[in-house]
Ligand binder design. Structure first.
Ligand SMILES: [Zn+2]
Length: 496
């Protein structure tokens, strides 16, 4: 039998190295990314089928906390084994995308800058030209995406699973088919509200009728430049600090949470959080640009940072690093939610009642859009991994049905996160609404102004990811993760 304490120590070191590599690459301090050689250094863990089977066997007989720890460890080891198999193709995909260029109006621009270009281009025809120019990039990437998928499917088969879905289900303890039913209910219940609101926005913002809207228009639709004047870049950190202080959480008292706001040319524009050593070294990386989306991203990542940074250092490795990622996403959404909350907004910015209403309603619509998009992704990904024929067409159909505009078949693998990550987000959106309900009941509707709320959250964060979203929901007095509070809230906020 393997020495599991040694394995845990190694895994903690591995996590540190991989997180640091990603952080240094994405923050623009290191041009290349080389996860391949980090995985190779830990091959004794990630290439050892015997170790994985040993933990799987122990999981079968363990009880209580020991069982939970074995479950998380098994999930991480098998996930890492699958991850090890795809590092080479993954690194190539990263590199190809980072180096890819497209030609627009005779000028070369990077593939990575296309979403920002599309979001800032007011002309539908020009957006179409830009989008068409990147088709060859997708054609070049798709065989590698396909290869990555096939490798992952082979791992599922090797470990005796019926398919990739049942492997993910066993690793994460999620019943994807039950979740699909909840999401079908969500899509059905919000369909009319979404269609009405979306049609109006397309007419008002894009000057397009529903049938003319394409995926490349959506960035511009959500860009809403007119809100930028409130969300100034130079106020971002101040607003963040003030909000945390309201909850009794001072960044100055949290030296383990480092904020990297330095300007570097190659720094990724979008905020991200790296839990390099949980809870001792957590980095929140940002490149403040201002605008509603940038604020939203900063608050989201601060939710992760507060979670990781407040994990109790004495709890076992499994609870600090492994477990249900949906729980960390829940805390991230909790913070992100504030940026669309009209009471919070009125506290931070000089806005008229009408402006507050508009920004608040826009935030609610964006949430509805995102949940419907991820619900459709879940439906599609379950079909894809289930081996249904013509996945390109299924992608276009599921996403098109839910969002009411056409999706290009060529993006069917580009618009896909491995490990059914869409499900983690969906669970987090539902559970966040439930958790926020508890905070409002305990500390008032402006819970972020109550020091008690910070205390309360710190208590939850201290347990790391020991509990899954489901067990946390039960701890808070719910039957489980429920889509109805989310539906109710969106209906309420979009009523007019
Ligand atoms: Zn997140």
């Amino acid at each position: 039998m393997a020495d599991l304490d040694g394995v845990r120590t190694d895994l903690e070191r591995f996590n540190e190295e991989i997180e640091r590599e990603q952080y240094e690459h994405l923050s623009g301090q290191k041009e290349d990314i080389d996860t391949e050689s980090i995985y190779a250094r830990y091959s004794r863990i990630f290439e050892d089928e015997g170790l994985i089977m040993d933990v799987r066997n122990r999981r079968a007989t363990a009880r209580g906390e020991e069982r939970v720890r074995m479950e998380y460890l098994y999930g991480f080891l098998l996930g890492g084994y699958a991850g090890r198999k795809i590092t080479r193709v993954d690194d190539r995909l990263h590199m190809m995308q980072a180096k890819a260029e497209i030609e627009v109006d005779g000028k070369k621009v990077s593939f990575h800058s296309v979403p920002a270009m599309l979001a800032n281009e007011p002309d539908h025809g020009k957006r179409e030209t830009i989008d068409l120019a990147r088709e060859p990039v997708f054609d070049g990437l798709n065989p590698l995406f396909r290869e990555r998928l096939d490798i992952s499917y082979a791992v599922a088969e090797q470990f005796g699973y019926d398919d990739y879905i049942s492997m993910c289900s066993d690793l994460k303890g999620i019943d994807y088919y039950a979740l699909r039913e909840q999401m079908q209910n969500f899509l059905y219940r919000t369909d009319r509200l979404y269609t009405r609101y979306f049609r109006n926005m397309c007419k008002n913002v894009l000057d397009l009728s529903l049938s003319d809207v394409r995926k490349f228009d959506i960035g511009y639709l959500f860009r809403v430049k007119e809100f930028d004047r409130f969300f100034a870049a130079d106020r971002m950190m101040g607003v963040m600090g003030g909000t945390l202080e309201g909850m009794g959480l001072q960044l100055s008292d949290q030296p383990n949470i480092k904020v990297d706001a330095e300007i570097r040319e190659k720094k990724r524009p979008r905020a991200f959080c790296s839990g390099i050593r949980v809870p001792d070294e957590v980095v929140l990386c940002i490149r403040p640009q201002g605008g509603m989306d940038d604020y939203r991203a900063l608050f989201h990542e601060m939710g992760h940072a507060q979670h990781f940074g407040n994990v109790s250092p004495s709890i076992p490795f499994e609870y600090r690093y492994l477990g249900d990622v949906g729980l960390s996403e829940t805390y991230a959404f909790l913070f992100e939610h504030l940026t669309g909350n009209k009471y919070w907004l009125s506290q931070q910015f000089e806005m008229t009642d009408e402006e507050l209403f508009d920004v608040g309603q826009f935030g609610a619509f964006k949430l509805l859009f995102m949940v419907r998009r991820y619900a459709a992704k879940l439906l599609y990904e379950l079909d894809l991994h289930g081996g249904e024929a013509d996945p390109e067409k299924l992608y276009a159909r599921h996403l098109g049905d839910a969002l009411k505009f056409r999706h290009p078949e060529s993006e069917y693998l580009y618009d896909l996160d491995m490990g059914l990550y869409c499900a983690d987000y969906l669970r987090a959106w539902m559970f966040e609404t439930q958790l926020r309900g508890v905070l409002s009941e305990e500390f008032g509707s402006e819970w972020w102004n109550a020091r008690g709320a910070g205390e309360y959250l710190r208590g939850l964060w201290g347990t790391g990811q020991k509990f899954t979203c489901d067990s946390m929901a039960r701890n808070l007095g719910f039957y489980g993760i429920d889509e109805h509070p989310l539906i109710k809230e969106i209906e309420k906020r979009l009523r007019y």
